[in-house]
Design a protein around this ligand. Sequence first.
Ligand SMILES: CC(C)(COP(=O)(O)OP(=O)(O)OC[C@H]1O[C@@H](n2cnc3c(N)ncnc32)[C@H](O)[C@@H]1OP(=O)(O)O)[C@@H](O)C(=O)NCCC(=O)NCCS
Length: 272
Amino acid sequence: MSINRLGADRLADCLALAESREWLRQEHLWRLLFEIGDVYGIDDADGGLAGVVVSTQYGNEVAAIGMMLVAPSYARQGLGTRLMTHALQAAGTASAWLVATEYGRPVYERLAFRAVGEKSQFIGDFGTSASGVSRPASTEDMPEIARLDAEIFGMSRPKVLAQLPTFCTSLRVIDGPAGLRGYAGSWPNVGNTVIGPVLAENPQLAQALIEDLAAEIDGPIRLDLTLEQQGLVDWVESLGVQRGATTTVMVRGEPLPGDRKRLFTGLTSASG
Ligand SMILES: CC(C)(COP(=O)(O)OP(=O)(O)OC[C@H]1O[C@@H](n2cnc3c(N)ncnc32)[C@H](O)[C@@H]1OP(=O)(O)O)[C@@H](O)C(=O)NCCC(=O)NCCS
């Protein structure tokens, strides 16, 4: 069973595979990943896909790996390990980053990924009012958003930046005397709106960005936070928002570059 790079014409097969593992049919997210990442899959002889993985490569530095799925009928036959090994070799980056479920974690540990933190989903109605600290981003802000993003991630991410205005429903920024102090966005998911990315100088400004985005959103919001961000986690829980699934953040190879203290959540849990 060979591993092939898939085009967006295989979107329906990816959604069907996700559904077979009781994952949501996140079409908007998959469309983004086909634009910014490399989608690798193994065909099922009976049609559709037996397995898939997405690698989003940022220069020679980092590959973000996500959407690792193997159909239940092909489980525990080594496909997951093969897909991950292929994605890592194809990227050839100094580091790889991912967010692991309990099913994926042992597979990744054997491939030299190490746990560096925990991340939880918080899903619900935030019921907060706008802080008024941020303003909507405009096209003219994009170069400055790219500068801040590169500083915090430690490398430029032109493909991600190019997709932000169409992928996100809303993008907001906080001005400062020496350029932007933060930016954040929200995007439509299945059954909720995700707040992410959130990049800011400090937790107070991250909270202000989240409040301003939340005030624009009708219906449930999903926000993924690493549990080290105790202050923000306490704040979100104080709003009565429920904690959902918890996953393990893992890194392989070199420690991640950039200034990750200012990264409160990424664009998606597959792409960072
Ligand atoms: C996580 C996932 C992708 C792993 O896929 P997989 O193809 O089953 O993975 P592998 O076969 O490479 O490894 C899984 C286990 O099977 C074992 N295995 C591999 N080949 C085997 C074989 N020929 N015979 C028996 N066992 C085998 C591995 O040693 C491993 O054992 P473990 O229980 O110690 O972890 C799959 O379980 C899945 O899709 N889960 C749901 C979605 C999900 O959580 N994805 C991960 C997102 S981070």
